[in-house]
Each structure stands twice: as C-alpha cells, then as structure tokens.
Design a protein around this ligand. Structure first.
Ligand code: GTP
Ligand code: SPV
Ligand code: MN
Length: 608
C-alpha cells in the first residue's frame, strides 16, 4: 500500500477534497506509487521517459513518441456523456445513465494500474485569476508518464492552481489499460471514455493518445466545460481565437470560430503571423482549439483560451503553409512529436507535406509504426510515413506571435464569430451574417467532411454543429437556446461568418490558396462590421465583391478561381436546405428563432 498521505504532504497538496479523491483512486487502480507533478518536474520526467525509451530524442530539446498503432485518434463511438438525468440525452452526446457507466468504469479500472505509478496532475484550464477559474480547475490522475508530459505542455500544472479551490475541481481519472488486449474497433471493444457531467467526473479507460488521454483538453475543456457553461451562463466551444491589429488605425479585432477537428483552426490562428499582408496588420495568436466565452459585467462578450499549449496536426505543416508553427517546434522548445516518421540515425522527424518530396536517403527512416521504410514490402510502398493524425505538442509561450496578453485573466472582447469546415462545393469563401439567430442557425447547420482526427471517419460528409458534434455534452435544442441567450445578452453583437478554404475544382485542386491568405476574407469581415465595405446581399449572407477583397500579391490561378468561390449556387443551396431541415428536425424542441431563420433563408433562396 502506498502512503498517499505522506506523498501529498511532501508535495504541498493541502486541498482536503483533492486528497480524499487521490487516496480513493489510488486504492481503486492499485497503483504501486503515487507522484504529484508540477510544471517544474518536466526536465526530470523527460529524462525518465528518455531512459525508459518512451521518448526518443528528436534534436536538442525535442522529443519523439509513438502511441500504440491501434490508438492514434479519438474513438467517437466509445465516448459517452453520462448524467443522472435522462433529459440530458441529446442526439450526439451518446448519453448513458451515470448509474450504469460508473460501476462499469470502476470495474475496468480496478487494479488496472498495478505495478505502475499514478501521477497526480493538478491543472487549470484558464489563466490564473480568470472569472471562470472555478470551472477550470481539475486534477488528472494517470498511470502514463507521456500523458503527464503532454499535460504539462497543454495546461497550467501544479498544486498552486487547486489548493485554494475547495471542491471546485474536476475529477479526471485516466487509466491506460492493456492496449494490446482491448479489442479496439471490434465488437469486444473494452475502451470507455466517459464524462459524468453532472458529477464533474471524467473516467477514461483504454488509450494513451490525444483527447482520449489528456483529460484537461477535450474531456474537461470542451465536454465538461460546455455542460458547466450551460448550467452557469457561459459558452464552451471548439474554437480558435485570434486578434488582428490594424497598425494604421490602431484598431484591434478579435475573432473566434469553429472548424471541425483537423479542418484548419490551428493553422488559421497561428499562421497569420505578425507580418501577414505586408506590414499593415499584426495578427496575434490566442488559441487554436478551445474558447470559453462569457458576457462580462460591462456587457461585452469576452473570450479566452483555456489551454496552455498546442496539440497540432503535423500533416502539411511547413515553412510555407505555417512558418509560425515551424518556429514553435524548433530545438529548445521542448516540443513532442507523436506518430510522425523518425530517423533513428539522425533523430530527424518527418511527415507528409513537411517537405515537397520524401527524404531522398531512406537510411535510418522508420514510419510511424516503427517499421523500417527501406524494408517495406512492395504492396505497402505507398503507405504514409506519418499517421494522418500525427501531431506536435508545444506550449503557447513557444508560439512567436502569441498575444502579449495571453496570460491575462480578463480575456479579450470578441468582435467576430466564424464557422467553417472542409466543404468541397457550395460554400463560398466567406459569407457574413449579421443576425444572431441566423448566425446560430449557421453554426448548427455546419456541414463538412470528417477528418482523420476521429477513427475511421475520414472523408464522411456530416453535419457538425458549431464543430462540437464529438464534444456535445447536452441536448442540441438546449445548446441552441443557450447560444441565443448568451450572445443575445451582449450589448454589442459580434458579426458572424461562414468561411470555406476547401472548395475544389473539377480536377480536385483547392480553389483558394488558404493558409496565410485566409487573412484577406477576415479583414473584409471586419471592414463589413464597421461599415467600410458593403458586400453583396445573397439569400445565405453577405459576400464580398472582388474589388472589396485585398487581392494584392495573389497568384494568377487564385485570381482566376476567385469568381467560383464568390458565387452562390442557388440550386445547390436549395437542395441543401432540404438536408438541413432533416438535420434540424432531429433536435426536439429547437427554439422557434432557429426555425424562423431557416425559413427566411429558404424563402430567400426560392425568390432568388
Ligand atoms: P484539431 O486540432 O483536430 O481540432 O484541428 P484544427 O482544426 O486545428 O486543424 P489544423 O489547423 O491542424 O489543420 C488540419 C489540416 O488541414 C492540416 O493538415 C493543415 O495543413 C490543413 N489546412 C489548414 N488550413 C488550410 C487551408 O487554409 N487550406 C488547405 N488546403 N489546407 C489547410
Ligand atoms: C481534435 O480532435 O479536435 C483535437 C485533438 O483537437 S484531440 O485532443 O485528440 O481531440
Ligand atoms: Mn480540436
């Protein structure tokens, strides 16, 4: 038996509610040792991981890890929101009774950390002093050292974040399980990723990767957070958050917005770099995956990024597409690469799109599974070197254009909210929406192709309300009503827009160059909000004229393709409205304002 009390005393963990919780789960999981961690333990833990071969060196202060090959993305069908109230059952939250799920998870976790260390990770999903602090604190218990290293990068970690908070913390228990014997993806799948939302308890069993295992991020930062937000008057969304300063006028605009997983949030928030579009604009990074939004005492809408790091998709990240991301994972940053390709001789890492060609010399290269590339069987020759959901982890402080005030607890005022996704046709480059109900309606009807961020779903077209489908914690009708209420309470309404960087030509090429060029439509949006341009009214929103967009320096192909992505295909949209009707009909009790917005758009299309 571990002497938990002594360990907690030595770590200065004084919160009695936390102590009780730690002692309880140390007993259940049967861990051999208990260790409380803080950010200052990073160097020691990294060294232990290197010594154990869990991490491999990838350059000075850079690290490489592989997850088990059947454990490389979120498993949506194994992810469950459980509560004690059946009326919390929604369309997408995979609701189950808490009374059914808790014993099941306790059973799976009992004795499952035998022989291992249980790490205690006190964390805060907010800058310290945030008005939402009491919803942001948590304590993750995990039997996986790599998860600790990831959490130290992704969240603010240490006992100082939770000692003063009493019982206002999320209990987040992670047990890895025997990854080789969990039947991943079979009828006998043993994994369960459960958020018991009304008990503020997260129980995840059977993975050590990403959102399945770093519980501060998705499970708390989105699922638990959105449930808490529903009950306590704030919004929690899978949103990026950036600030654009016009140096000529001195005005600053903050824009947040949701694109489904692996659809461009990190790239949008990061790559617009300080000097985008010449020297006039300064673009600051606040967050790339999660935003919490609330109306302050002054009546303004505020937003903040609860995270302390970036867990970014590696694929296609390079000097051209995202130089800022490249700069944030250079030697000395402590960045961790997971499931990319690795050269065991040179310790280099590589992923598809890092360079235009594969490394010419195959010597030393291993693919993401650890198999030697040079020894590949001919039938396997075309398999990607890196897993499509391979990622890099780095802290916000490493991001060159991180906002100067990113640690300030008060958050930033929000001026615009955008939605987007991978949509190969129909959706124009940008369409602006000024009405709250129509903006919320637009978010609810966000339709896009799913990506490799979820197991086995890549390319499937589906609706993904507000990009929250995999993270939805309560019924969609209530979610819509909550949005109308919170945004409606702000004394200045943010402008909404739907954007699409992914429309394709007949030959499959992207019609818009994307990445750093995405600043152009965002600038137009802010000009529209402040009356500097007027755009063209269409049934589905206001779109820019060619003349209103800053087109300076765009290449010829992009200029030629522009007309297509600034056109509304009425017929295609009319078709879409029928699908939307079906989609929205799943949500029993949807607010009448949302249906009214739907009818307005449908009628406008019929009259077009
Ligand atoms: P999650 O972390 O899963 O929530 O993803 P995300 O929304 O932050 O996506 P991310 O920015 O990491 O982008 C995912 C993939 O889309 C990467 O492979 C990017 O290279 C690619 N991508 C991002 N922005 C653009 C763009 O403007 N155009 C094109 N063509 N691809 C893009
Ligand atoms: C996502 O899938 O949207 C992510 C990565 O941001 S994960 O943390 O794995 O959920
Ligand atoms: Mn995400």
């Amino acid at each position: 038996m571990v002497d938990v009390e002594r360990v907690l005393d030595e770590a200065g963990l004084t919160n009695t509610y936390v102590r009780e919780y730690v002692a309880h789960w140390a007993g259940v999981t049967g861990a051999e040792r208990v260790e409380v961690v803080s950010a200052s333990d990073d160097a020691r833990l990294v060294q232990e991981s290197l010594d154990a071969g869990e991490l491999l060196p990838a350059g000075e202060g850079l690290y490489y890890s592989r997850s088990y090959f059947k454990d490389t993305a979120r498993a949506e069908e194994r992810t469950i929101v459980a509560t004690n109230d059946e009326s919390d059952k929604g369309t997408y939250n995979n609701w189950r009774p808490a009374s059914e799920m808790k014993p099941l998870l306790v059973d799976l976790m009992t004795g499952a950390s035998a022989g291992k260390t249980m790490y205690v990770i006190p964390y805060l999903m907010a800058p310290k002093g945030s008005p939402l602090e009491r919803f942001a604190a948590g304590v993750e218990l995990t039997d996986n050292r790599n998860v600790v290293l990831q959490m130290i990068r992704m969240a603010r970690v240490g006992v100082e974040y939770i000692n003063h908070l009493g019982d206002s913390f999320v209990k987040a228990v992670h047990v890895t399980g025997d990854l080789e014997n969990l039947g991943q993806g079979t009828p006998d799948d043993k994994r369960y990723f459960v958020t018991v939302a009304d008990e503020r308890t997260i129980l995840h069993f059977g993975s050590s990767y990403g959102g399945n295992a770093l519980l501060g991020k998705i499970a708390h930062g989105l699922r638990q957070g959105s449930y808490d937000g529903w009950k306590n008057g704030f919004l929690v969304e899978q949103f990026m958050l950036l600030g654009i300063t016009d140096k000529e006028t001195g005005k600053k605009y903050n824009i947040c917005g949701g694109f489904p997983s692996a659809s461009g949030k990190t790239n949008l928030a990061m790559t617009l770099a300080p000097d985008a579009l010449g020297d006039r604009y300064y673009v600051e990074f606040y967050g790339d995956d999660i935003a919490w939004l609330w109306v302050g005492d002054d009546g303004k809408l505020y937003g903040m990024n609860p995270e302390n790091g970036v867990f970014g998709v590696a694929k296609d990240t390079n000097e051209k597409t995202n130089p800022t991301a490249i700069d944030s994972i250079v030697p000395g940053t402590g960045a961790i690469f997971t499931n990319v390709a690795y050269n065991e001789k040179t310790q280099e890492v590589w992923w598809e799109g890092k360079t235009p060609e594969y490394p010419a010399d195959l010597d030393g290269w291993l693919d993401w599974k650890g198999d030697r590339i040079a020894d590949r069987a001919p039938e396997n020759a075309d398999a990607p070197w890196a897993h499509p959901n391979s990622r890099f982890t780095t802290t916000l402080a490493n991001v060159p254009n991180v906002a100067k005030d990113f640690e300030e607890p008060q958050g930033v005022e929000i001026h615009g909210i955008i939605f987007g996704g991978r949509t190969r046709d129909r959706e124009p480059l940008i369409r602006a929406i000024t009405d709250i109900a129509e903006g919320v309606y637009d978010g609810l009807t966000l339709g896009a192709e799913a990506t490799a961020a979820a197991d086995g779903l890549e390319g499937v077209l589906r609706y993904d309300p507000m990009s929250m489908r995999p993270f939805m914690s309560y019924p969609e009708a209530d979610y819509a009503a909550h949005w109308l209420k919170v945004i409606g309470a702000a004394k200045e309404t943010p402008i909404f827009a739907h954007v699409n960087w992914f429309q394709r030509g007949d030959d499959g090429r992207f019609l818009w160059p994307g990445y750093r060029e995405n600043l152009r439509p965002l600038l137009w949006l802010m000009q529209l909000k402040y009356g500097e341009v007027s755009g063209v009214e269409t049934p589905v929103g206001i779109i820019p004229t060619r003349e209103e967009l800053n087109l300076e320096g765009l290449d010829e192909q992009a200029l030629a393709d522009l007309d297509t992505i600034l056109t509304i295909d009425t017929e295609r949209w009319q078709q879409e409205m029928k699908f939307r009707e079906e989609h929205l009909s799943q949500f029993e009790g949807l607010p009448e304002e949302i249906w009214a917005a739907h009818r307005r758009v449908a009628e406008a299309l019929d009259q077009a």
